[in-house]
Design a protein around this ligand. Structure first.
Ligand SMILES: [Zn+2]
Length: 171
């Protein structure tokens, strides 16, 4: 029975985080599209090798070795982007995790499935980790959460969200 197997303790956290990353990046893409921005590229996973599933916009790239990260690259075709569409795009990743996570909690309560519980846990972890406003490093190589970028975008003056054009979201 998979619920009691020790195997689940190794595979379930990785699988649930990978699913949460998928939901998270699709959420960003949905938020971006709703705000009138163009999704250039969706990337699932980090590192190499890279499988190109689709070259045309939106391009789909999969990095199968480490599925615990991703990116949603967007623009709106202008050099200075409006703030609210970017804020919507940034928030949509964690919102998608929260929505799917809530559904999975509900399903877990009804079915008592360990896998459902793990999948819900992954959604929650990614949503919270991305909403905390954290920054690691500085300059070109800095790593920031969606929460940090959301604060930056909301604090910026009119048209001041220029830095946010380009890679607008990553896990
Ligand atoms: Zn994100």
């Amino acid at each position: 029975m998979v619920e009691t197997s020790p195997w689940i303790w190794l595979s379930a956290p990785i699988a649930s985080l990978a699913c949460a990353v998928l939901v998270h990046e699709l959420g960003h893409a949905l938020g971006a599209t709703a705000g009138g921005r163009r999704v250039q590229r969706l990337v699932f996973g980090v590192g190499r090798p890279t499988w190109v599933l689709r070259r045309r916009r939106p391009a789909l790239l999969v990095r199968p070795l480490l599925p615990l990260g991703g990116a949603c690259v967007t623009d709106d075709g202008r050099s200075r982007a409006a703030r609210w569409p970017i804020a919507l795009e940034l928030a949509a990743g964690a919102l998608a995790n929260a929505a799917i996570g809530a559904l999975l909690w509900w399903a877990t309560a009804r079915t008592s499935s360990a896998w459902c519980g793990w999948l819900a846990w992954g959604q929650l972890v990614v949503a919270i980790a991305q909403l905390l406003p954290l920054r690691f490093g500085r300059g070109e190589h800095r790593l920031v959460t969606d929460g940090w970028r959301l604060l930056e975008v909301l604090r910026a003056g009119p048209g001041g969200a220029r830095d946010s054009v380009g890679v607008s979201a990553s896990t």
